[in-house]
Design a protein around this ligand. Sequence first.
Ligand code: MD3
Ligand code: FE
Length: 203
Amino acid sequence: GREAIGPQSFVLRSFALPYADALMQGVVDVTAQSPFRHMDTPGGYTMSVALTNCGQLGWTTDARGYRYSRIDPMTGHPWPDLPDAFLRLAQAAAAEAGFPGFAPDACLVNRYEPRSRLSLHQDKNERDYDAPIVSVSLGMPAVFLFGGNERSDKTRRVPLFHGDVVVWGGVDRLRYHGVMPMKDLPHPKLGSQRINFTLRKAG
Ligand code: MD3
Ligand code: FE
């Protein structure tokens, strides 16, 4: 089923479940080459969310700012290849939400532990706002915050569970969003963590 949370944003409940084992193997392969790490923000904080990337471009942050880069600054090597299962799932989900022909070149992988949170922000580092973003949730449940185009706009809380996929695009692409502090509600397979990955067209 397709649950609309905005004019061009949809939650596809359990859409990733048939892919879950292949996706988790993909995360193991990616993190063997480019491990999860906590990055610094230009504002002088260290993120409570650990991250890595795969695909041609990876999102990074440090004291100098946010950017996409071809090289992992931790390893000095290109980011790992995008696992096939990530691409197949993203294209199927995008098509289901009305965005056929999605060709992502970047995949940001976030790891949340109990108390990790992501404060309200916009995703503005991508070159092309016409392409959607596909997000896949695995492991512990989270409460996603979905706001408007201004930081002060009212936010709506959307619970996200293991296997849920969300597609965001079009008029919803620049809406503020974030993740509430994580509760420790261990998942039977992944334990006390939530893995979220977002496929994007960044370049
Ligand atoms: C809504 N990650 O990495 S994914 C991020 O659960 C990020 O890890 C969250 O926000 C997470 O930047 C949420 C969902 C998401 C991604 C991009 C969006 C929602 C979005 C862009 C516009 C509107
Ligand atoms: Fe975001």
